[in-house]
Write a protein that binds this ligand. Sequence first.
Ligand SMILES: [Zn+2]
Length: 376
Amino acid sequence: MMIKITSDFESGNGKNIKKIGENYFQLETVGEGSSYAGYFCFKVINKDRQDINCRVDVILDRDIEYTEFDRQGFLNSQPPLWFNIDGVWQKTFDYQRGDLILHINLTIPAEKTVLITSMAPLFYSEFTKELKEHLSKNIIGRYYEIGNSFEGRPIVLVSIGNLEAQRHILVISGLHGIEFPGIWAAKGIIDFLLSESSEAKEIRERFIVDIIPYGNPDGTVKGRPRTNAQGIDIHREANPLKEHVAPEVRAIWNWIEKYPPFLYINLHGWSACEKGTEPFEGALRPGIHFYRKWGLENKVKECDMSLTEYANPISRYDKIVEFGISYGAEPDNLLELLAQRYGTISYCYEPNMRTGPLSCQEKGIKVLKGLLKPFL
Ligand SMILES: [Zn+2]
C-alpha cells in the first residue's frame, strides 16, 4: 500500500511533514501569530488500487508561543474540516482535538488525491484565469491587472457596471491571503453582478463595482495566514502615504485615486470556531465618532440598519463591531484617508467557513445589497 502526503502546492500549508508509522503522518503548520496558526492545507495521494485508511496528526506551528487562552480556545472549538475529492467540497467532523494538535482519520479512495484543510481555498491561479477568460467574452464586466505583488503576481480587478455611471464601490478580499471565506464572498458578488437578476441589473445601471478578489496574491499562494511576501500585514499597514509602501497597497491606492469609491467593503474570514476564542461572523467598521467628523454619521447608521437586516451579522457581540484604535482605524490609515478625501464609508465583513463556500458566496451578495440599499 502506498500513500503520499504533501503540502507543496498552491495555498498548501505544512512546513514539516514526518512519517510516523505505516500510513501515519505528522504535519506541522506555518502560523503567523497565535490565533491565526490554525490554517492547514495538504493533500494525500493514494496510487494504490484499493482504499487506504490513514491517520494525520496536524500540529500547530511550534515556533509560536501560545497562551493558555489560545490553548483552551483551540481545545474547545470543533469546526468542520473540509476535504475535496474530484473538485467537490465536503465537510467532516471526524477528528479528535488535543493540546494544539488534531488527530485526523482519513479514508483515501483508490487512485484518488484528497485535499484536506481547515479553510476551503479558492485557488488564485484557477480563479483569476477563469475571470480573465470569462470577461474577455463578456461585455458587462471588465478584467484589469492593476499592478503586481512583491513577487510579481498580477493584482486582478474586476469592474462591473455601466461605464456612464460615476459612482464606484470598491470590494477587496484576501488582504489576509488565506481568509478564503472573504474570497468566496467576493466570487459570490462577481457572479451575482454578472447575472441576469433584476437587482444586479439595477446596481449595474447606477454604479460601477470594482472587485479585487486577491488583495495579497503572494500570501494566498504561499498559504500565509497574515502577511505578504515581505512579511507585511497589508491589511493593518495599509497607509498608502507612508515612505515604504507594499507594492500591493500602492497598486490599490493608485486605482482608488483614479476611481474613488463612496463605499469600501473589505472582506476577511474566520475558520469555524464554534466554541473557540473567536466564534466570529459579522461586520466591523470604524467607530461612529470617526464618521461624525466627516459628516457621514447618519449615512453610516442607515447602512448599519440595512446591513443588519440583509446580512444578519452573527457575532458574539450581537451587533456591528466598532474597531478599536489598535484594529486599523488609527490616524493616517487608509480608512481615515478615504473618509477625509472622498467621503468613503468603509466596512469589514468576515464570513465564517463553518457553513461552507456556497454560503460564504451568498453572504457576500447580501452584504453588498445591504450596504448599497441606502444609496439606491
Ligand atoms: Zn483578516
